[in-house]
Design a protein around this ligand. Sequence first.
Ligand code: PEP
Length: 251
Amino acid sequence: MRKPVIAGNWKMYKLLGEAVDTALALKPLVANANHCEIVIAPVFTALKTVADRLEGSNIKVAAQNCSTEVSFGAHTGEISAEMLKDSGCSQVIIGHSERRQFYRETHGSVNRKTKAALAAGLTAIVCVGEMLAEREAGSAENVVKGQLVSGLDGLTVADMESIIIAYEPVWAIGTGKTATPEQAQEMHGHIRRTLAETHGKEVADNTRILYGGSVKPDNIAVLMSQEDVDGALVGGASLEAESFARIVNYK
Ligand code: PEP
């Protein structure tokens, strides 16, 4: 039985005060939502304060990135997975398409960051997804398979318990264009079959696969009705407590 996950990616929005206000506004709105795990991912500078203010609630805190490096050292500007854990995070988003596209994140760095997250005891939300041109060229499934195989390379069956996959077609992120429920299901099914090849059927059956790309209060229910859609990674619509709460409370 896969417990759904509804995660909000706040990207580079909100100063500290607003992040705290949004988190505190969300808390009562989702207090009775036991049907899913609820995660929010504020910017680095707000993580510790937001996590402290949400302590004892049913909302988990994730970071949006972590360093490939695991040891303390001369890595100016980097933040390790262990530091995120120390700041109250339980999860971290790895390989978001904005990081792959604009910050030169590679298959190799995604793999190293994923391993760093696991070593620190964090759950890694590993993002995959094709560009529009790749979909139009008919190579979407191959692209996503390549991202999965390299991103999860070297992970054991036990490691996979701390992995969540987020399928985010790049053409649907922040564009208002959502994949149809059928397109989402088709790719989620492909991801699960790929996981069965790389890590076995049990891992494939147990791994949560989230859909991301212009998820809104009015399309979450139909997406969640798909057999292999186990939740959502939400950007824009997670920035306001009310709209994110409506997504969480989709049932
Ligand atoms: C995201 O940031 O992961 C995302 C899916 O954004 P949006 O919901 O705004 O498309």
